[in-house]
Design a protein around this ligand. Sequence first.
Ligand SMILES: NC(=O)c1ccc[n+]([C@@H]2O[C@H](COP(=O)([O-])OP(=O)(O)OC[C@H]3O[C@@H](n4cnc5c(N)ncnc54)[C@H](O)[C@@H]3O)[C@@H](O)[C@H]2O)c1
Length: 257
Amino acid sequence: MKIALVGFGKMGHMLASAAERRGHEIVLTADPFADDASVKSSDPAETARAAAASGAQGIIEFTHPSSVLGNIRALLPLGIPLVVGTTGWNDSIPEVRELAEKSRGHLLHSANFSLGVNLFYRIVAEAAKLFAGFDEYDEAVFEAHHNKKADSPSGTALELASIILKNCPKKTEIVTSPFDRQPKPEELHVSSVRIGAVPGTHKVIFDSLPDTIELTHRARSREGFALGAVCGLEWLVSAADSRAPGLFTMDDVFADM
Ligand SMILES: NC(=O)c1ccc[n+]([C@@H]2O[C@H](COP(=O)([O-])OP(=O)(O)OC[C@H]3O[C@@H](n4cnc5c(N)ncnc54)[C@H](O)[C@@H]3O)[C@@H](O)[C@H]2O)c1
């Protein structure tokens, strides 16, 4: 498959290697600040024109929370299946869903494309169901990432928190800011630390007076994210033939596995 990469930073380079290892061809790399990108515009309309002209059959977008929406608005109407890995735009999902339906585009998004994290989501859902019946236990989410990450908390931590809310009715509200008062029992605290080069660590904690249970996913490198995004694009390109336009998540990809 011919693939266009929008954003040619750390993830963009990983994606190029992962895609080439799976026999795909990178026909465009767009990034205003990467010396080795083939298109250096920060104008989403220009990037979209270049992507269309490149003959790309699929596009993968890993840029910056401040750029992602402009890119999605310009790229979706091309009708080329689009995978978005950039985080920090959760609040705009309804708007993007409407745009996908209107422009008949197919978009797969995930805050975390690694297979392990997507399996971890399922483990956490089951654990949250188990602890839901025991008021002795309190729950929290913790995440750590490298000090170049632009958004906080991570999209993965927010996804974990929403999985806990869905499966553990005693928690009804996510709190991401530090507490300057005692937390209420129904509040689920999500805390973040930014340090060094950590590729991504997520922990779900169940704590009671006598003991603590901790479930941890620790990414060892970015390769898992890149491979997951490329496999996600392969799935989206074949799904685009048979499925109505709209937004898709890794749950849709796993449902077909
Ligand atoms: N979904 C996942 O599995 C996953 C995994 C890792 C990182 N991420 C997210 O992906 C994003 C990128 O991560 P990274 O580590 O590659 O960051 P990075 O800073 O190394 O690279 C981002 C690149 O995007 C470029 N960019 C900014 N605006 C652009 C625009 N308008 N058009 C084209 N390029 C533009 C920047 O110049 C930079 O080179 C972040 O939001 C990060 O949180 C997601």
